[in-house]
Design a protein around this ligand. Structure first.
Ligand code: NAP
Length: 292
């Protein structure tokens, strides 16, 4: 029986690329998965784990014969990878990515191809963990998570349908939004929390009583800072790629933190309780939405 995808080429067989390969294999949706990266040992590991069927270190060679090419490399590597595959992809090859910021990927594609190719469909799975690499990948990662597609005006229907079907096969709910809207929303919901988690742990790590602070750290600290264990280089790339929107939401947060500081200075219990109560109501509401 014909599969959804005959040959899927994944450039960047790490947590996200590896998890998608595992999910599609589990769903029997893929004929062959070809992996590509810079480190042969990692690719050998991916092959031994059954995540990919074969590999090459050459991106141009990897895309030959692919009906779908997935770019799952860090954002800072996207342009280089696109440049390497540009001469080798056919007009019918569907190219998609998983980058956590979308305007930067679109700009990279325009810089490399002159315009966004009709068959290039930017995407972003809203799923992940603080771990990296193929060994951390697992097939259920996208189950019941959203994947945001950010089609452009000229995006082809075929690309839209294929990429939608691919993510649905991996168990995800597919939604669409504009590139600008995606970057604004994700700056607030994902990029700012990572900036804050890194900043908080950084502040505590520089305090004199660091060892004691970490020794007595309880659930609250763990909940708030888990994501500060995420790969620093990757989040550096993401936050800089979406710098304008991150600065925007960081400014709003700083204003609110300043107001809270003033309330503490003034011993203004009402203002503090108002702030905490508003936040609790919003968080409880969010929990009911995500529990559905
Ligand atoms: P990862 O586990 O570190 O995997 C990245 C992979 O890319 C590695 O296998 C790496 O292998 C490869 N790579 C790096 N530079 C490369 C290059 N120049 N050419 C070819 N391969 C290269 O990272 P990840 O978490 O899967 O993230 C990948 C992408 O997904 C990023 O764009 C990120 O923004 C996005 N994303 C991440 C999450 C998350 O929570 N982790 C969620 C959604 C989207 P080598 O080092 O061997 O080359």
């Amino acid at each position: 029986m014909s599969k959804l995808i005959q040959q899927l080429t994944i450039i960047g067989v790490g947590l996200i690329g590896g998890s998608l390969a595992r999910a599609l294999k589990k769903a029997d949706a893929c004929g062959e998965v070809v992996g590509c990266g810079r480190n042969e040992d990692e690719l050998k590991k991916a092959q031994a784990l059954g995540v990919i069927d074969r590999y090459t270190l050459d991106p141009a060679e990897a895309v030959v014969g692919a009906d779908v090419v997935l770019l799952a490399v860090p954002l800072s590597a996207m342009r280089g990878v696109m440049t390497a595959i540009a001469p080798a992809i056919s007009e019918t090859t569907i190219v998609t990515d998983v980058g956590s910021a979308k305007a930067s990927v679109v700009n990279d594609a325009i810089a490399v191809f002159g315009k966004i190719p009709d068959n290039f469909l930017p995407a972003h799975p809203i799923a992940g963990t603080e771990k990296s690499g193929v060994e951390a990948s697992f097939p259920e990662l996208f189950q019941n998570h959203r994947v945001i597609l950010t089609p452009l005006e000229n995006s082809s229907e075929v690309a839209l349908h294929s990429v939608t079907a691919m993510w649905q096969c991996a168990g995800a709910e597919v939604v669409e939004m504009s590139v600008e809207h995606h970057d604004r929303v994700l700056a607030a919901t994902s990029h700012l929390p990572h900036v804050l988690a890194y900043a908080l742990v950084g502040t505590l790590a520089r305090m004199d009583e660091t060892d004691e602070i970490f020794q007595y750290a309880a659930g609250g600290f763990r909940d708030f800072t888990r994501i500060a264990s995420s790969d620093a280089q990757m989040w550096h790339d993401i936050c800089l790629a979406n710098r304008k929107e991150v600065l925007n939401v960081l400014g709003r947060f700083r204003d609110d933190l300043d107001a809270l500081t003033v309330a503490f200075e003034a011993n203004d219990g009402k203002a503090i309780l108002d702030c905490f109560s508003r936040a609790k109501r919003a968080r409880d509401h969010f929990s009911t939405l995500t529990a559905k």
